[in-house]
Design a binder for this molecule. Sequence first.
Ligand SMILES: CC(=O)N[C@H]1[C@@H](OP(=O)(O)OP(=O)(O)OC[C@H]2O[C@@H](n3ccc(=O)[nH]c3=O)[C@H](O)[C@@H]2O)O[C@H](CO)[C@@H](O)[C@@H]1O[C@H](C)C(=O)N[C@@H](C)C(=O)N[C@H](CCC(=O)O)C(=O)O
Ligand SMILES: Nc1ncnc2c1ncn2[C@@H]1O[C@H](COP(=O)(O)OP(=O)(O)OP(=O)(O)O)[C@@H](O)[C@H]1O
Ligand SMILES: N[C@H](CCC[C@H](N)C(=O)O)C(=O)O
Ligand SMILES: [Mg+2]
Length: 485
Amino acid sequence: MDLHMLLQSLPFIKAPEERYEIIGISNNHQKVEKGHLFICIKGYSFDGHEFAKEAVNNGAVAIVAERPLQLDVPVILVKDSKKAMAILADAFYQHPTQKMHLIGITGTNGKTTTSHLVDSIFKDANYSTGLIGTINIKIGNKVLETKNTTPDSLELQKVFYEMCAEKIDTGIMEVSSHALVQGRVNGCDYDVAVFTNLTQDHLDYHHTMEEYKRAKSLLFSKLGNTYSTKHPKFAVLNADEEVAELFAGETSAHIVTYGIEKAADFQAVSITYHSNGVIFTLLSPEGERKVHLPLAGEFNVYNALAAIATAYVSKVPFQSIIQSVEQAEGVPGRFELVNGGQKFAVIVDYAHTPDGLENVLRTIQQFADKRVFCVVGCGGDRDPSKRPLMAKIACKWATDPIFTSDNPRSEEPTAIIEDMERGVEGEQYIVEPDRKTAIERAIDLAEEGDVVLIAGKGHETYQIIGDKVHDFDDRLISLHAIQKK
Ligand SMILES: CC(=O)N[C@H]1[C@@H](OP(=O)(O)OP(=O)(O)OC[C@H]2O[C@@H](n3ccc(=O)[nH]c3=O)[C@H](O)[C@@H]2O)O[C@H](CO)[C@@H](O)[C@@H]1O[C@H](C)C(=O)N[C@@H](C)C(=O)N[C@H](CCC(=O)O)C(=O)O
Ligand SMILES: Nc1ncnc2c1ncn2[C@@H]1O[C@H](COP(=O)(O)OP(=O)(O)OP(=O)(O)O)[C@@H](O)[C@H]1O
Ligand SMILES: N[C@H](CCC[C@H](N)C(=O)O)C(=O)O
Ligand SMILES: [Mg+2]
């Protein structure tokens, strides 16, 4: 694309007089190829401006920067290069999200599960979908690995461009609070924005719940307020969450609600819980309907309601929605049962927040008749204030809590466990910092009728200790332990 044409998307920018053909955009100097535009981002760990020279050596023909740089190629100065990157990426990839139906899902817990439910509903109704989230990115049948739940604007718009090329009609994505604050989703033209819930997490980054709430609200405040040729827009909100009212007030989109406790457009009543699922009556604009959800736990009723409402406002036929929800498959690492022929249940679950852990343990309580083992740790370099809370919840709901490591990252594993122990004075628990040994211990101790919950890492196939990434999969390790037993 011609640089002049590309820069038209940024107002008040002085473009160089010469003409340059831009064949790609990069914000990492290692990914720069000949003919690229390099965007200097001042990040949390590095300052991209310091790599501008190397980017030029690697073939960059122009630079976008926040401060003047002495280089042999044109330097285009902007006030905020992260914001500029989102605008340029959207323009370079020809505004891909304006060409598809786009669904964004935010909230502390349930984004991955809800997005998978929405994805299968659309697929079952013969839509062609793209899915972006924690586990991976899917473009039709193609699967891409990803570092973040929500990629940066450059990667994101490129993925949407590829989706358009593959004739994907519906994009479904998880939108993290980090992404909202960092403008990774600027330029995304959402049709439906979905809110799951808000409970404590990420206070290391957002500092206060007020700030965290404000971050989440951005998905709704921006919905329907930007220029878009796609109408109508919908905000799908959890009526049982206090902040939903605030989000409703901030958007000009249509509001659709779902919930259990309060009256809502899509409400579940007469709920009965079983070990392998939930049966409820759905009250909806289409009338009353009994639903057999094959996923356990009240939290999955919320996820299913959010998915049903999202598909409904997207005009997927109601009959098809319900049929699909009733055949829902579990999401990897979410309440995933490990079966090695043993006489006790082993569940691997991605619960890594106080609310997530409490929900999953409460769900287990509904069917457990004997002991409940809970192997749990907390991630390093993440919100330390959730550590004592998660330990307390483990001791409240499990008969046999075992505190261990999650991904310690740069922190000392025993120091993280000490933080956890501050929440549980006088309680009975086992400490085993080595996660593999902790899992083996729980499985070794478990007897017929017991339940072993292995929480926190779900689908992850690695463990980060220091800056080393080791192969580690809770599901494989527990399966081997069962087989050894
Ligand atoms: C704290 C945080 O959010 N960091 C994110 C941020 O990185 P950053 O701005 O700090 O980038 P940086 O590493 O300082 O680099 C700055 C610039 O220099 C460039 N650079 C850097 C090094 C080099 O050798 N050459 C070079 O050109 C980089 O490409 C970049 O353009 O922007 C990057 C691109 O978007 C993200 O990958 C990165 O996520 C890190 C890996 C991370 O762990 N983030 C977590 C906290 C996160 O975002 N989590 C949420 C999910 C949370 C949830 O559960 O809800 C997520 O969406 O994943
Ligand atoms: N609606 C919900 N409310 C509360 N807890 C939930 C809900 N849905 C799932 N959980 C719990 O939270 C864990 C994570 O669920 P899921 O992966 O769907 O959330 P997420 O929002 O995508 O998380 P992340 O922010 O890490 O990507 C699950 O394993 C389960 O224990
Ligand atoms: N998206 C979350 C995932 C946490 C998963 C847990 N296993 C950990 O590493 O803390 C985060 O980055 O905070
Ligand atoms: Mg997720």
